[in-house]
Every structure is written in structure tokens, then in C-alpha cells.
Ligand binder design. Structure first.
Ligand SMILES: Nc1ncnc2c1ncn2[C@@H]1O[C@H](COP(=O)(O)OP(=O)(O)O)[C@@H](O)[C@H]1O
Ligand SMILES: [Mg+2]
Length: 303
């Protein structure tokens, strides 16, 4: 709603309602893109009438249940056993076959019906660490870009920014979902450091149909580290000065202090802070990531 109001106030173009629904409602999205032959994991609409045995027979174990219109992993359930399965509410959720594979995303800036720029993000530690740009072999990059182009074309997205998530299976990329908006997880911050342009300015330029010059090559290997210690009372935050001493650290923020109580992480949007760093090589990025994870520790006491 705030975004819709802001769009009207700054005179940004309004996307079609159909495209909006196809980029927000995961069931509609899958049904629509499935007709274009986009590869994706098996899924079905949820409902109280479903026989759990048939669900497991069809989707295998575990079964993933998610809300059609959620984001950031909110309300997502992985159901391992038949006994854990409770009937789902009709129309609210969908069920999916579980995919055991690394994940990545591809961010696109689109203007005038053309993809002007893409960045590939590697989910190095799901929910916590994003590597930007990803290190993938050229074949993987090609198939990923081709999938991204097919999805954007099928959805007829003429302008704006998209964030498409994929599972990198051994048989090739499987479409996860697409959002017609900037990504979370401080991916925007990391894009800025990796590619040396302000992605929010670029996003606005795409929305307003204004000129923007994108770079051809990254200037560094960036990462965002999203901190969440799990539920409990914060006892101490260790390693802050070690992080600050690192040459590659570009942004660092701790949002919690001892005594604060963290809830369980109901969505990826909740965090206790973040680090964004940039390195000259992929190897140095990986080492810096490992050093940060090792030294920056938030102690909690379970309540
Ligand atoms: N079918 C699935 N198999 C394996 N992991 C899944 C599956 N569906 C979701 N996940 C995990 O949960 C995360 C969030 O799910 P997603 O479908 O992207 O919804 P959203 O991000 O809108 O909450 C994914 O990035 C992935 O790590
Ligand atoms: Mg997602």
C-alpha cells in the first residue's frame, strides 16, 4: 500500500494488476509460468479435502507448505512425517515438493521491455550470507540468464526491478519465485559495493523511465551477512572490533544490545544486524566471510 501511494505521488508508472498478482500470489505465478514450460518443483493447491497420504505420494517427503502471498519465509513449514500433517486452509496456501539444492537469485533492471542489467546472487548460507556476484560456471550462468529472460518475457514485465529465485539442481536451474521489487537481505547494499552504482537510483530510473548507465563488470566481490542468533535474551556481542578492523568491511551495524530479547525468526526481514563487505577476489571474499562468522558471535540465553 505505501508503495502504491508513493508511485502515484512521484508519478511512477503503475504495473498491470494481472502482472502484480502473478508476481505476488505464488500459486497463480506457478500456474501461469507452468504454461510457458518454466521448470519448477511439483506443487499443488492446498485444501482441507486433500488426503495426506496422497499429498506425500505425489510430492514426496518432506512436503513444503507456504502461504500464497507471504514473503521472507514467513509461515513456511517443512512437514517431514504424515503424523505432522494437519489439513490446510483452502485458498490460502500451497504445497510443494522439497528441493535439496543450493539457491541463487538474479536481479534484473528492466526498461522499455529490455533487461538492461542483471546481477546473480549466491545464497552462500541460506537466510544469512549472500555473495554478490555469484561464482558460477559459464554454462550455469547462461541457463540461469535464459530462464530469467523467459520468465520476465512470459510475465510481460516492461520496466522495473525483479528478483527471481532459483534452485541450482544437478539437472539445471528450477524456478523458485519472482518478485517485482528490489530484494531484501541487504542484497541492494552488496550490489552497490560489487558493481559501483547505486541500485536504488537505478531502480527509480527504471520506474520513471529515465536514463541510467549500468556498468559492464563488477569492481569487487561483495557479500551481505545477515545476523540472527535465534530466539532468546542477548547476553553479549563479541568480535565487533575485529570486524571493524577488517579492510574489506564496508557497512556494519548491530541493532541489539545485551538485555534485549530476540523473538524466533518468523521472517528473513528480522535481523540483529548486518555486515556488508567487499574483496578483490572470490577467494578473499570467502575467507573474509569465514573470519566474520567466526569472530562475530552474539551470545544468547534461551528463555
Ligand atoms: N520447495 C522447496 N524446497 C526446498 N526449500 C524451499 C522450498 N520452498 C521454499 N524453500 C525455502 O524457503 C525459502 C523461502 O521460500 P520462498 O518460496 O522463496 O518464499 P518467500 O521467500 O516468499 O517466503 C526459500 O528460499 C528456500 O530456502
Ligand atoms: Mg523467496
Amino acid at each position: 500500500m505505501p508503495a502504491a501511494i508513493a508511485r502515484r505521488q512521484v508519478g511512477a508508472r503503475l504495473s498491470s494488476a494481472a502482472t502484480g498478482t502473478r508476481c505476488r500470489d505464488k500459486l497463480v505465478m506457478k500456474q501461469y509460468l507452468g504454461e510457458f514450460g518454466i521448470p519448477m518443483t511439483r506443487y499443488m493447491a492446498d485444501g482441507a479435502e486433500l488426503d495426506p497420504r496422497e499429498v506425500f505420494a505425489k510430492l514426496g517427503s518432506p512436503v513444503v507448505r507456504k502461504y500464497r502471498k507471504s514473503s521472507g519465509g514467513k509461515g513456511l513449514q517443512v512437514i517431514h512425517r504424515l503424523e505432522e500433517y494437519v489439513p490446510g486452509a483452502h485458498g490460502l496456501s500451497l504445497l510443494e515438493r522439497f528441493i535439496d539444492a543450493p539457491e541463487a537469485s538474479i536481479e534484473s533492471f528492466i526498461d522499455n521491455g529490455r533487461i538492461r542489467f542483471t546481477n546473480i546472487t549466491q545464497y552462500q548460507v541460506k537466510g544469512h550470507t549472500n555473495f554478490i556476484p555469484a561464482i558460477l560456471d559459464s554454462q550455469q550462468q547462461r541457463t540461469l540468464r535464459a530462464l530469467n529472460e523467459r520468465v520476465i518475457e512470459a510475465l510481460n514485465i516492461g520496466w522495473g526491478m525483479t528478483h527471481l529465485e532459483v534452485y541450482l539442481t544437478e539437472k539445471g536451474p528450477l524456478f523458485g519465485e519472482i518478485a517485482l521489487r528490489p530484494p531484501g537481505g541487504y542484497i541492494m547494499n552488496a550490489i552497490q559495493h560489487a558493481w559501483d552504482f547505486n541500485p536504488w537510483e537505478a531502480f527509480l530510473a527504471m520506474e520513471l523511465g529515465e536514463e541510467f548507465v549500468f556498468p559492464n563488470d563488477p569492481v569487487s566481490y561483495a557479500a551481505s551477512e545477515v545476523l540472527h542468533p535465534g530466539p532468546g535474551k542477548i547476553i553479549a556481542v563479541h568480535g565487533k572490533s575485529k570486524v571493524l578492523d577488517e579492510q574489506g568491511v564496508r557497512e556494519f551495524r548491530i541493532k541489539v544490545k545485551p538485555g534485549d530479547v530476540m523473538d524466533g525468526r518468523s521472517g528473513l526481514g528480522q535481523d540483529a544486524g548486518f555486515v556488508v563487505h567487499a574483496s578483490p577476489t572470490p577467494q578473499e571474499r570467502l575467507r573474509l566471510h569465514e573470519r566474520i562468522v567466526q569472530s562475530l558471535v552474539i551470545d544468547i540465553q534461551k528463555l
